[in-house]
Design a protein around this ligand. Structure first.
Ligand code: SF4
Length: 142
């Protein structure tokens, strides 16, 4: 990755949010984290609507059979280098939905996950902490 690209990515990571079948609890907390109250823009984090412009895929919910292909398609549309953060216990491991007939498990069953934020749901502070830790990893080239 060129130095300029890395500099820009670390200072202004664009985030794409995708719910793979959760209860919406994590989505509410993620949306709260993106509001001016928590002001994630101070870290340059911006919510992005298109996978083609996103650096980080923020996934909430367990991966269901119904959504698996869409999740992979969205991930494939993101430009390299791309990162995935699993938000909430469902996205980390499948949590209460694990072993359901229509649930494959956590996001790492389908995609490489770079950061995990457990909790049911995790607070906005924990989500911000997870994203900032991921940014640090990107900065250090891990
Ligand atoms: S971790 Fe909890 S709040 Fe988040 S989607 Fe799963 S059940 Fe809902």
């Amino acid at each position: 990755m060129s130095l300029l690209k890395k500099w820009a990515r670390v200072r202004s990571p664009w985030l794409l949010h995708f719910n793979t079948g959760g209860c919406n609890g994590c989505d509410i907390e993620l949306v709260a984290a993106l509001t001016p109250r928590f002001d994630v823009e101070r870290f340059g984090i911006l919510l992005e609507g298109s996978p083609r412009h996103a650096d980080i895929l923020a996934v909430t919910g367990p991966v269901t059979l119904q959504v698996k292909d869409r999740l992979v398609r969205i991930y494939e549309q993101m430009p390299e280098p791309k990162y995935v953060i699993a938000i909430g216990s469902c996205a980390c491991s499948g949590a209460p939905f694990k072993d359901c007939y229509n649930v494959l498990g956590g996001v790492d069953k389908i995609l490489p996950v770079d950061a995990y934020v457990p909790g049911c749901p995790p607070k906005p502070e924990a989500i911000i902490d997870g994203i900032v830790k991921l940014i640090k990893k990107i900065k250090e080239g891990k």
